[in-house]
Design a protein around this ligand. Structure first.
Ligand code: IDP
Ligand code: MG
Length: 138
């Protein structure tokens, strides 16, 4: 089985959309391996979003991601779970995301875009290790 990291961002928790988002992944056939509601601190966010450090939107991004609890989860599927999740999330900017995707159906703002998913197999391994270091990864 192949695993990837999903975060239902603070806007999803505030808006009561966690069940909708996780339910979509479950109905698709992905299985929840781990999940916890956490308020993410700056240290964790700096590790998670290291690739974006220094960009113009970085301050806004980490302020948003830390403003309240997020649902951090690991999901798994037969192969390329990260790719399945990314397709179901839709484009980064919800205004450009296709209808039928999570961002396309529920979002209007590029920062508050509801959901995070790892963008490659390597990112999935790295991000699962940040949030669930005790989870056994084969
Ligand atoms: P992704 O989440 O689709 O992989 P990334 O480019 O990795 O998108 O950006 C990480 C997060 O940073 C996005 O999900 C979004 O919350 C935020 N973000 C990305 N680009 C912008 C921007 O141009 N303005 C404001 N926020 C942005
Ligand atoms: Mg990304």
């Amino acid at each position: 089985m192949d695993r990837t990291l999903v975060i239902c961002k603070p806007d999803a928790v505030e808006r009561g959309l966690v069940g909708e988002i996780i339910g979509r992944f479950e109905r698709k056939g992905l299985r929840i391996v781990a999940a916890e509601l956490r308020t993410l601190d700056r240290g964790v966010l700096d590790r998670h979003y290291a690739e974006h450090a220094g960009k113009g939107f970085y301050g806004e991004l980490v302020a948003f991601m830390g403003r309240g609890p997020a649902l951090v989860a690991v999901v798994e599927g037969p192969e390329d779970a990260w790719s399945v999740v990314r397709h179901m999330m839709g484009a980064t900017d919800p205004m450009n995301a296709a209808a039928g995707t999570i961002r396309g159906d529920f979002g209007t703002m590029v920062t508050e875009n509801l959901v995070h998913g790892s963008d490659s197999a390597e990112s999935a391994r790295r991000e699962v290790a940040i949030f669930f270091p005790d989870l056994h990864q084969e």
